[in-house]
Design a protein. Structure first.
Length: 308
């Protein structure tokens, strides 16, 4: 998926030198934990008639969610552009981890020659709290960072899953794909019963959450509050399925999210698939099962198609 539309392009001209920078418009702790680059492109353009030598480029942020960075460029020839190849900038994980609400920030980039500033650019950035997903319009695959299979509530949920399996005369082992597609159905069905047993109440998500993003309840928060949106329940199921050794899928439609699980030990070649027919084909081939997670808020009284 081309996410160039998600980047902030901020050229600003001073004298004959220009700076073009592209940065991720929203950042949270997940970017730090997954080493996702936030500076996507940085270019110097010399529109003058003479070469500029010994150019120093500096980057700072306010608040300082990025470590200050500087680059030294020997020369930028006249009428040419120079693309900086190493754009690794360090995020302050401690600062991002302390955020509880979204906060505005700025990144300032300056080009200095001989002690004189020849060009500058300022880029606005939104800092999100650690529990807020940025939406599909902003690196959609980052939703996977909110799947928490090691949350203590997931372990308790899987204990109930194993009990459900034994109550129906099945092995209580959460053994992933070892038993084939039929075993995946058994695991997913037992998990459904465990989640339904939580007695959750459905909470409406924010308008257009799939594009604008939303704060996400983790598994422990869901269990404690008894409330969950469609995205919350989807990520809860995905966390538990992953803990079982299965490959989950998150599916988004207009104003809604739901989950899926691979019935075979497979996954898509890319982290984001935007062609619905790809999902339909896999479902028709009985390689993938999709299910409406919010039905657990109705006590889980849903008749599901069994594997044959």
């Amino acid at each position: 998926m081309d996410d160039s539309r998600n980047e902030i392009i901020a050229p600003q001209e001073v004298a004959a030198l220009r700076i073009e920078a592209a940065m991720t418009p929203r950042v949270n702790l997940a970017f730090h934990q997954n080493a996702v680059p936030v500076l996507r492109e940085l270019t110097l353009l010399n529109d003058g008639e003479t070469a500029l030598e010994a150019v120093e480029l500096t980057l700072t942020s306010e608040p300082a969610f990025l470590a200050a960075k500087s680059w030294r460029i020997d020369a930028v020839p006249a009428g040419q552009r120079f693309h900086l190849p190493r754009l690794d900038v360090a995020l302050d994980g401690a600062l991002l981890g302390r955020l509880t609400e979204a906060e505005s920030a700025t990144v300032a980039i300056q080009a200095i020659v001989g002690g004189e500033e020849l060009a500058a650019a300022t880029l606005p950035i939104e800092l999100l709290p650690r529990n807020q997903w940025g939406g599909l319009g902003h690196i959609p695959e980052m939703v996977a960072a909110f799947v928490q299979p090691t949350d203590p509530a997931v372990e308790r949920l899987l204990t109930s899953t194993a009990e459900n399996l034994r109550l129906h005369g099945k092995s209580g082992s959460l053994n992933g794909y070892d038993g084939g597609a039929k075993r995946v159905w058994e695991l997913a069905s037992a998990l459904w019963g465990a989640v339904a047993g939580l007695g959750l109440d459905y909470a409406l998500p924010p308008p257009s959450f799939e594009h604008a993003g939303q704060k996400v309840r983790g598994p422990s928060q869901i269990v404690e509050s008894g409330l969950a949106t469609c995205l919350d329940t989807t990520l809860l199921f995905c966390a538990a399925l992953e803990h079982c050794g299965l490959n989950p899928v998150v599916v988004f439609t207009c104003g809604h999210a739901f989950a899926g699980v691979w019935l075979v030990n497979e996954e898509f070649a890319t982290p984001v698939v935007d062609d619905p027919s790809t999902l339909r084909k896999r479902v028709m081939l009985k390689e993938l099962a999709l299910f409406e997670t919010t039905f657990v808020a109705a006590g889980g009284k849903v008749v599901a198609e069994s594997y044959t």
